[in-house]
Write a protein that binds this ligand. Structure first.
Ligand SMILES: Cc1cc2nc3c(=O)[nH]c(=O)nc-3n(C[C@H](O)[C@H](O)[C@H](O)COP(=O)(O)OP(=O)(O)OC[C@H]3O[C@@H](n4cnc5c(N)ncnc54)[C@H](O)[C@@H]3O)c2cc1C
Length: 249
């Protein structure tokens, strides 16, 4: 088998070829209409899920193919053959920006509950870090999560959140330790949670089939079981995931 570059194995080359073939069959003929509609149809994501494409890097014990970050990079390059970057980013925000938070920090119970839908495409993920006053400076997050009974009450706002208009769950960063600049925690917030509001679907010059949300978090309550990872360690989890996502996207 002829390899595309020195890093390719036969397995990675197959992923590349199959993804390019999928894109030419399922994406290229429809991409312009998705751009007009401002979304990628869920059917396509479900097809990708059924072919194992949403779990390339996910360890086998969590239901994925266990092929690691090089598979993600290969997959990303092949998705780029569509030239519809909005399609590519819809997929990769799910698989490589948001999914790793769950895989890296999820408890056994969280993984058992959410990974099947994440891998099948029934649960499309987004990552909610950016706020109007906290972009590059993640430690500037102002949204708060305050302990309330057996859970946390979240208030604040987010902006530029990919997949949060049509997706199913946002992995959300909020300040839990007001005394500590880096005292942020991550939470699993399904989109039907009361108080989780898409205030606006943002219009963009490019990536038009990728949906981008402005979110208002109005007294959102989530149980302790939806805290993702250690409390107050979300800044570090985000930095860890940036290393992967900036390479893959
Ligand atoms: C289409 C789109 C999709 C996005 N999707 C998501 C998403 O899914 N989830 C999410 O959480 N966020 C998302 N983002 C947000 C994105 O991560 C931020 O836009 C990014 O972090 C930059 O933040 P900012 O736009 O506030 O710019 P700023 O942080 O205000 O930066 C503005 C400029 O200043 C520069 N700058 C900033 N700080 C410094 C410094 N200390 N020294 C020198 N230069 C500096 C930057 O390089 C940049 O050129 C998305 C953004 C876009 C446009």
């Amino acid at each position: 088998m002829i390899h595309r570059n020195a890093y390719m194995t036969d397995e990675l080359q197959q992923i590349y070829d199959q993804t390019v073939e999928f894109v030419s069959r399922e994406v290229l003929p429809h991409g312009n209409s998705w751009e007009d509609a401002g979304s990628v149809p869920r059917d396509v994501l479900l097809k990708m899920g059924s072919l194992g494409m949403l779990g390339l890097r996910v360890p086998e014990e969590h239901g994925g193919l266990g092929l690691g970050p090089l598979a993600s990079a290969t997959f990303s390059e092949a998705l780029g053959s569509s030239t519809f970057a909005g399609f590519e980013v819809t997929v990769l925000v799910h698989t490589d920006m948001s999914g790793p938070h769950l895989v890296n920090s999820g408890t056994d119970e969280q993984l058992a509950e959410w990974m099947p839908g994440v891998l099948s495409g029934e649960t499309i993920l987004s990552i909610g870090v950016t706020e109007p006053d906290a972009g590059s400076d993640v430690a500037g997050i102002r949204s708060t999560a305050v302990k309330d009974g057996d859970g946390w009450r979240i208030n604040g706002s987010k902006t530029f959140i990919t997949n949060a208009v049509y997706g199913d769950m946002t992995i959300l960063g909020a300040r839990t330790d007001p005394e500590n600049k880096y005292g942020i925690s991550m939470f699993l917030v399904p989109s039907e949670t009361e108080g989780f509001n898409v205030a606006k679907k943002l219009d963009k010059h490019g990536w038009r089939c990728s949906d981008t949300a402005e979110l208002v978090l109005d007294d959102v309550w989530v149980p302790d079981e939806q805290l993702l990872g250690e409390p107050h360690r979300g800044f570090y989890a985000t930095m860890q995931n940036f290393q992967n996502e900036r390479m893959v996207l």
